[in-house]
Design a protein around this ligand. Structure first.
Ligand code: C5P
Length: 237
């Protein structure tokens, strides 16, 4: 049975491949993540299509620009009625505050339920070398925690973070803060380009609210069985 804690990433290039994957997953998946690949190819129509099928949608576009542009961009996305939207915390406190205020005001003015707004902390594909290469001197874990605190201060509902940082964020930001974790790899599945990974059970145990699972489901020989295995593992915790 579907469980909103599992968000399947629709990281496929065409409308046909998206529709086929959603059909194959059937009622095992209730929540989808639409990211850059599909949104840039198809625009908002794919979000509307999923909503018409009573699926929930995390529209993962990681907005990162000046405060005014991000705020207005979110207001445009609001009209697609996604359930979760996100910005990149690297845009800083002022940007996140403006984003949150703009989204809440627009939702109220237009009579649309306000989506959750979350902040990407540090991409789960980055490791310590990538981080140092950008000139950062502290650890990724410290940066993630600092960014999670800033997101909370700015009024965001939660963050995207790797499962490795989840327990500490949960401790510091409290029970109500959403922690959405990509970088999920069931035992025996390739890490691909991800670096800070964990199993579904490990992520739930660490305190994740929702798991984003991409390749481990859509690239599996049988995506439905792969999704059901992830669900079973989550429910066993
Ligand atoms: O295939 P895989 O499970 O690695 O896909 C993870 C998904 O989560 C991708 O769509 C990626 O864009 C997204 N994501 C991530 N790390 C973040 C934020 C989003 O991997 N920090």
């Amino acid at each position: 049975m579907a469980d909103d804690r599992l968000i399947a990433a629709l990281d496929v290039p065409t409308r046909t491949s998206a529709e086929q994957l959603v059909a194959r997953l059937g009622d095992s998946v209730s929540y989808y993540k639409v990211g850059m690949e599909l949104f840039y190819a198809l625009g908002g129509g794919i979000v509307t299509w999923l909503k018409e099928r009573e699926k929930k949608v995390f529209l993962d576009l990681k907005l990162h620009d000046i405060p005014n542009t991000v705020g207005n961009g979110l207001c445009s996305l609001l009209r697609l009625r996604p359930d979760i939207l996100n910005v990149h915390t690297a845009g800083g406190l002022r940007m996140m505050k403006t984003a949150s205020e703009a989204l809440h005001s627009a939702a109220e003015a237009e009579g649309i339920p306000c989506p959750k707004l979350i902040g990407v902390t540090v991409l789960t594909s980055m490791d310590a070398d990538d981080w140092a290469g950008l000139g950062h001197t502290g650890t990724i874990a410290d940066a993630v925690l600092r960014r999670a605190r800033l997101a909370q201060e700015a009024g965001l509902d939660g963050v995207v973070a790797s499962p490795a940082e989840t327990a500490e964020i949960r401790r510091v930001c409290g029970e109500d803060f959403l922690i959405v974790t990509p970088g999920i790899r069931p035992a025996g599945v390739s890490n691909d380009d991800q670096r800070r990974v964990m199993t579904p059970a490990g992520a739930i145990r660490a305190g994740a609210s929702q798991l984003v699972v991409g390749r481990a489901i859509y690239a599996a020989a049988d995506p439905r069985t792969a999704a059901e295995d992830v669900l079973k593992e989550m429910e066993s915790v």
